[in-house]
Design a binder for this molecule. Structure first.
Ligand code: TXA
Ligand code: MG
Length: 320
């Protein structure tokens, strides 16, 4: 991970190469969104099926309008409230966006990230960047540069290190292709209530999982995703766990009182769910590296960012 100048990164992107870049949610694997060949490399490197469309990252509203059309009025309000930040919106797409980006759909997912490094690259490059999370398809999302290096380092030459990601879970995806019927396709850091507070309509939370065949609404919704190598089991509360078997780890939401038992880990000091989200994928990466066979994780309350955490935990869960 040699440190490269911003100029070298921009040149790589303009030359059709892939660059792993930090965002405020997770690390993304970016390519010029308007170059189908460059975007093709993303699918190759991740082992991602072509039916799974990508998010297009933009610098400003002008770029939103360059890739999407029929922009609904509510997007201006949402943009003012949450952009730049961890909200992705699905809009009607313009012709310039290659089919490989959108899995041939008539819509495009757009997001304006807030991470200063990503923003600077978008500004200097002047092109929209397609970027999924920078992990092999189905595995845990990366929240540190070293996660990208460990899993995709052999295939990705350019990795920009921007430290640990703030939110640690991927952006909220809001489908606005029918603006009067907004739908949350993936819960994230921006909650349904926050969205309702801005647009005055309660977005429908889509639980439905489409299986093979036609393009997915959001394959992040596939039942299995974000999986570590260890088997993940979920616990309703911290009480009464006996994970003392060999090769088993216990993960709590907050630091337990008293002596630390071996093979016990926690996601925050005091149970703050923002902190839990930030540390979740990172701890799972670490436990995988330590070689645990099974991980028992305490589930958070299903509110606020806890909804996004539970969504990711359910997908990480061992399916037998
Ligand atoms: O926080 C994030 O969103 C991160 C960072 C890198 O920006 N990106 C991310 O990308 O999580 P990815 O590819 O791992 O997940 C994007 C999800 C996919 O499940 C995909 O199906 C959905 O967005 N998506 C993309 N385009 C779509 C579209 N036109 N309609 C519906 N869903 C779409
Ligand atoms: Mg992903």
């Amino acid at each position: 991970m040699a440190k490269e100048s911003i100029q070298e990164i921009i040149e790589a992107l303009k030359g059709g190469e892939l660059v792993a870049i930090p965002t405020e949610t997770v690390y993304g694997l970016a390519a010029n969104a308007l170059d189908p060949e460059a975007v093709g490399k993303i699918f190759e490197v991740k082992g991602r099926p072509l039916i799974d469309p990508l998010i297009v990252h933009v610098y400003d509203m002008e770029q939103v309008e360059a890739v999407a059309k029929d922009i609904p009025e509510v997007l201006h309000k949402l943009g003012e409230a949450f952009w730049p930040g961890p909200l992705t919106v699905v809009l009607k797409k313009r012709e310039v966006v290659p089919d490989i980006v959108t899995a041939g759909k008539g819509t495009v997912a757009v997001r304006m990230p807030s991470h200063p490094v990503f923003r600077n690259i978008l500004k200097e490059a002047g092109i929209p960047l397609a970027a999924p999370s920078a992990n092999p398809f189905g595995y845990l999302s990366p929240t540190k540069a070293e996660h990208v290096k460990e899993t995709l380092g052999a295939k990705v030459k350019h990795i920009v290190d921007g430290g640990a990601c703030d939110f640690g879970v991927e952006s909220t995806i809001l489908d606005l292709s029918e603006p009067e019927k907004p739908k949350i396709l993936r819960p994230g850091p921006i909650t349904g209530e926050e969205i309702e507070g801005i647009i005055g309509i309660k977005p429908e939370a889509v639980e439905h999982v489409k299986l093979e065949g036609e393009a997915q609404d959001a394959p992040g919704l596939l039942e299995s995703h974000y999986q570590p190598h260890a088997r993940v089991y979920l616990m309703d509360s911290a009480g009464g766990i006996d994970a003392s078997k060999e090769g088993f780890a216990t993960v709590l939401l907050k630091r337990p009182e008293g002596e630390k038992e071996s093979d016990t880990f926690w996601l925050s000091e005091d149970g703050d769910l923002r902190e839990v989200a930030k540390n979740l994928f990172s701890l799972l990466h670490l436990l995988d590296k330590k070689g645990y066979k099974a991980i028992y994780i305490e589930k958070p309350a299903n509110e606020g960012i806890g909804i996004a955490i539970n969504n990711r935990l359910k997908k990480a869960q061992f399916k037998g």
